[in-house]
Design a protein around this ligand. Sequence first.
Ligand code: ARG
Length: 379
Amino acid sequence: MDASETPTGTAAETPTRVESWTEWDPLRHVIVGRADDGHIPPPEPALDAKVPEDSDMRGQWGRRPQETIDRANALLDGFADLLRKRGVRVDRPVPVDFSQAVTTPDFHTPSQFGCMPPRDVLLTVGREILEATMSYRCRWFEYLCYRPLMQRYWEEDPGFRHEAAPKPRLTDADYHPDYLSDTIGEAKRLEWAAARHFVTTEEEPLFDAADVLRFGRDLVVQHGFTTNRKGIEWLRRHFPDHRVHAVNFPGDPYPIHIDATFSPMRPGLILNNPQRRLPDEQRKLFERNGWEIVDAAPPAHQTPPPLCYSSVWLSMNVLVLDPKTVCVEESEVYQADQLDRLGFEVVPVALRDAYAFGGGLHCCTADVRREGELQDYFP
Ligand code: ARG
């Protein structure tokens, strides 16, 4: 449970070099999250809006049952071992006590969340790892779980830039109060999503790292519940050598994190959730450059596992190991079959019982090192 635990396998010797420009270049070093002390957070404006009216999680909060934590950790450990056996160096976060309340001069929340999905917090762009602002109060301090790793990378790699975006105040002014209503219903939410009216306001820049996809010189950022326009503008100013493209998916009434919606697989190929199609206007960038956007295969499940925030579309939340190899959750047979037919070696990984802690195979990881240099895919 220590960040410096000895990795097994050949990857142990991999020297520290932070660098990753894409979602698909050959993976050499990665962070895999932990389910320790995972909590269902107490109600707060941005989260209430995400929990669907009919969800089994409405009104429940507190520490998750120990047997679910143990099971999720067994799966995450198994995934970490599998990656190590394939030569990838794997590091793990150091959980804090998530039962602690968070009080700042601007807000109070009675407990925190967890550190299963590092993808939400850490954005690796080239030689930099940027801690996102985050947009939920219960996740305000989550970066602390990764600080032991960041400190170590900073000491071992003189070219590593450790950055943190300005912490947001997250007062009530950050959230539209009308989104809280229980009686809104899906039709209204879809109307709002199409009009790009989301739960977060434009009070201050907000973004979660998992709303960002890296395509070399281009960053594709989802505008939705967890990332607002000012957050996207902040990223644009922070990465002046990149082109930053805002995208949105009108079919998604709960747009949180892009990686169960739009998943690049290799240069020229993107999976898109068929219920959350990228609008025609926004497709042009990809089409002009000969990229294919294909409908992802349907999920194998009708419902998410118990106490889970995410939708069944975690089926397409895959982790690309290199442009020919992809990890797919083992029960997602249709997604596996589609990727097999698209020419990938598919590596099945059991993870479904960890979904409730914050996501799938892409969410539960964050890049430290992928081979390859900065390239322009959309010249
Ligand atoms: N909003 C997505 C869905 O439910 C889940 C995305 C999870 N991604 C993440 N990085 N935590 O379809």
